[in-house]
Design a protein around this ligand. Structure first.
Ligand SMILES: Nc1nc2c(c(=O)[nH]1)N[C@H]1C(S)=C(S)[C@@H](COP(=O)(O)OP(=O)(O)OC[C@H]3O[C@@H](n4cnc5c(=O)[nH]c(N)nc54)[C@H](O)[C@@H]3O)O[C@H]1N2
Ligand SMILES: Nc1nc2c(c(=O)[nH]1)N[C@H]1C(S)=C(S)[C@@H](COP(=O)(O)OP(=O)(O)OC[C@H]3O[C@@H](n4cnc5c(=O)[nH]c(N)nc54)[C@H](O)[C@@H]3O)O[C@H]1N2
Ligand code: SF4
Ligand SMILES: [Mo]
Length: 681
């Protein structure tokens, strides 16, 4: 499928990271070596551009730190690694599996924890391999987007969004709890073009981010209090006669109840709660209420609070009151699942036992029957990314075998007994959809696997094959099938029709945009039980959640720990990935951003080390004084900080969010409801 140009073999790729942009890429290979990576100009959203991480993939692929061979650690966490062969690795793992099966007469002691290292469709082969063994224990849910998904499910019945290009038709763009200047850079050209055409850009964030710098209005809100702001805006817009009565009358359910609720809300109270002067909210309401072309992008950041789901429902309700939903250039956009209609054959559940991925340590601890004894980690760095880190390490200590499939010796890999080397997207074939734009593309294999690396799919096949030689019939995982044949079985007629192709191999000619409406919900027929936008959701009520968007007071700093710790996503990292790429590592030490007044009160200057602590622990960070951070908030961007003891999530006990179970099987996690104090070292 590859084509040749100037002596290069060129292949197509999609960056499979958990990233809004899911970029199209071209890999240029000469003499078997990846020499150049560019954006794929045929990708209609990313249009040939890549972020700094994408541009530095070559360094990642050929990094001297990449894992080359299967490794065994002599003493978990000791750092004494020994190179072993794949045969030896498989023998150790299979012997443990069979031994556990004999001891427990069950496959439940094997546990899988997998999340977002690679969103390629064939990476669900990891679950497939587990499911082929019988009922196992698996982490379920998402640390990322659960509360917001459920909120939109209640309101609109499904997760859809408009083509990001629709932003260019907007009169007003509200970037609410999202930082696309860092986390979705390919959206910026659309926002700029809209601005050139006269659109007003409003950014709502507690922190003056790079995105806020591009805004016409910056609303510095209090964390977790956006619900108060959204409801105040909805109330003012409706009561001043700027609501869209037609939309409300013809396309919504439960309006009278919600209208009465709005009528009883006190604007002074709401404005105090969200920390905005009422006059300012009224000014915003006048702007927002002046048009239906209001494109609201509600980001993942705003739902990482205990009432995150209600917050999004309040924003959806604001959208419905203005009538922007379904209007070209309008709507409330969070994420979509429109292009994820694969067959997911690997996910057929043989009766697994599921543990909430966000309370994994606690749930491991509570298992009475069939305790977990062996853990398989794939596409995850849970020791860096999950909350309750100390407890997690304690639980891991109790396990008999931990296997991690990785590209690098991450914190989690370093806490494993066996580490198996994984390929990158340049060394394997796959298909990758996006949760933001509507393009799907192919990952071709550009180069041979790095040393002895194998794809998650191949590793699953090898394990199944070895297990079956030890004990025939142990695994039903197809061991001979090629990635292409698996892809044949993952696609279906509906997906092909959506992409306008008859076979996935046509994606080698370039990524395809799904034929979904450019403007989400333009038909004004919703996927809810009533077919309407549901101010009142019986489905929510059945889940013991208030049936309509309600204001719930967020958390506030406690006397003992007066500062919020917001650990939002970093510019040069992708969760815990890329921080070990020297070209990208801007800060050699983990940095905490502190407001000048706050720092002065503690006698702290830029560059000084500070101890940031709460009831869960202490971490040491380098202070960076910045007026971008409000006085009562410390900002420290999340991610794996190689070689550092600063485990951000050790200060986080992982309070649950209000929603998430319906979409992902588990509630989300309030990553940003964390309170700390600090002192100079
Ligand atoms: N460069 C880069 N890109 C990434 C990632 C990365 O790590 N780095 N990660 C990817 C992944 S997995 C995800 S989930 C997305 C996340 O990307 P985003 O959706 O942008 O989410 P966050 O970075 O979590 O938070 C965005 C903003 O929300 C603000 N915020 C926090 N609390 C509140 C609140 O209560 N109200 C409001 N209004 N704002 C609040 C934060 O200050 C932050 O500026 O990005 C993806 N893209
Ligand atoms: N404090 C704080 N914590 C957070 C967040 C926050 O905002 N603040 N955000 C949360 C969010 S939104 C998310 S999505 C999670 C992300 O948490 P994780 O899903 O654990 O994400 P990553 O840190 O990207 O780790 C993925 C790992 O997979 C590996 N990998 C890459 N490709 C492959 C492959 O093909 N096969 C295998 N086997 N491995 C591969 C990478 O090297 C990497 O180490 O973190 C959450 N944690
Ligand atoms: S990390 Fe995101 S923006 Fe960067 S290349 Fe990958 S998909 Fe594109
Ligand atoms: Mo995420």
């Amino acid at each position: 499928m590859a084509y040749n140009e100037d002596g290069y073999q060129i292949t197509r790729h999609i960056c499979p990271r958990n990233c809004y942009d899911t970029c199209g890429m071209l890999a240029y290979v000469r003499k078997g070596r990846l020499e150049k990576i560019t954006g794929d100009p045929t990708h209609g959203y990313t249009k040939g551009k890549l972020c700094s991480k994408g541009q530095n993939y070559i360094q990642r692929v050929y990094s001297s730190e990449r894992i080359r061979f299967p490794l065994r650690q002599i003493g978990r966490g000791s750092g004494r690694w020994e190179r072993i062969t794949w045969e030896q690795a498989m023998a150790i793992i299979c012997e443990k599996i069979l031994n556990l099966q004999d001891r427990y007469h069950s496959t439940l002691p094997f546990c899988l924890n997998k999340y977002s290292g690679n969103f390629g469709v064939l990476h669900s082969a990891v679950e497939g391999m587990f499911n082929s063994l019988g009922p196992t224990t698996q982490a379920r849910g998402s640390p990322c987007w659960s509360a917001g998904l459920d909120a939109q499910l209640y309101d609109m019945g499904y997760n859809r969004n408009s083509d990001p290009g629709d932003m260019e038709k907007a009169n007003i763009i509200i970037l609410w709890g999202v930082n696309p200047a860092w986390t979705a850079i390919h959206s910026l050209p659309y926002i700029y073009r809209a601005q050139e055409k006269g659109a007003i850009v409003i950014v709502i964030d507690p922190v003056y981010t790079q995105t806020a710098r591009k805004a016409d209005y910056f609303v510095q809100t209090k964390p977790g209090e956006d619900g108060a702001l959204a409801l105040a805006l909805a109330k003012i817009i409706y009561e001043s006669g700027n609501g869209d009565q037609d939309f409300i009358d013809y396309h919504t359910l439960g309006w009278p109840l919600f209208r009465d609720y709005l009528a009883n809300l006190n604007l002074d109270y709401l404005s105090a709660q969200c920390g905005q002067e009422l006059g300012r909210i009224q000014e915003l309401a006048a702007i927002i209420g002046s048009t239906r072309a209001v494109f609201i992008w509600a980001g993942f950041g705003l739902q990482r609070h205990i009432h995150g789901g209600q917050t999004l429902r309040a924003i959806d309700a604001l959208g419905a009151v203005t009538g922007c939903i379904g209007f070209p250039g309008g709507g409330v956009h969070y994420a979509h699942r429109l292009t994820w209609g694969f067959n997911y054959n690997f996910l057929k559940d043989p009766g697994n036992r599921y543990l909430n991925i966000n309370t994994f340590a606690q749930e491991l601890n509570h298992l009475q029957e069939q305790p977990v004894k062996m853990l398989w980690v794939s596409c995850r760095n849970l020791l860096a990314q999950d909350t309750a880190g100390k407890m997690l390490r304690k639980e891991l200590d109790k396990l008999e075998l931990i296997v991690t499939v990785e590209q690098f010796l991450t914190e989690t890999a370093c806490y494993s007994d066996i580490v198996l080397p994984a390929t990158t997207q340049f060394e394997e074939m796959d298909v990758v959809p996006s949760y933001w734009h509507h393009w799907i593309g192919l990952n071709e294999q550009a180069i041979l696997p790095y040393f002895e690396a194998k794809s998650d799919l191949e590793i699953g096949q090898l394990l199944a094959k070895t297990l079956n030689t030890y004990r025939p019939g142990s695994s039903s995982f197809p061991i001979e099938k090629s990635p292409g044949s698996f892809l044949d079985e993952e696609f279906n007629e509906e997906l092909y029709a959506l992409l306008g192709i008859s076979h996935w191999s046509e994606l080698a000619a370039g990524p395809r945009q799904a034929a979904v409406p450019t403007t989400a919900w333009s038909s004004k027929t919703f996927a809810t039980p009533s077919g309407k936008f549901e101010f009142f959701s019986t489905k929510a009520q059945c889940e013991n959640i208030p049936p309509f968007a309600q204001y719930h007071k967020g958390m506030s700093s406690k006397d003992k720990y007066p500062y919020w710790l917001i650990t939002s996503h970093a510019q040069q990292g992708l969760n815990s990935q890329f921080q070990n790429i020297t070209k990208l590592a801007k800060n050699k030490k983990p940095v905490v951003f502190i407001h000048p007044h706050t720092a002065a009160a503690k006698g702290v200057k830029t560059g000084q080390m500070v101890r940031v602590y709460n009831h869960l622990g202490v971490i040491t960070l380098q202070a960076h004084i910045s007026p971008d951070t409000p006085p009562d908030i410390l900002v420290c961007h999340q991610g794996w900080l190689p070689g550092s003891e600063a485990r951000l999530n050790d200060l986080n006990d992982g309070l649950p969010t209000d929603m998430g179970r319906v979409s992902t099987g588990s509630q989300g996690v309030a990553f940003y409801d964390v309170f700390v104090d600090f002192d100079p070292v």
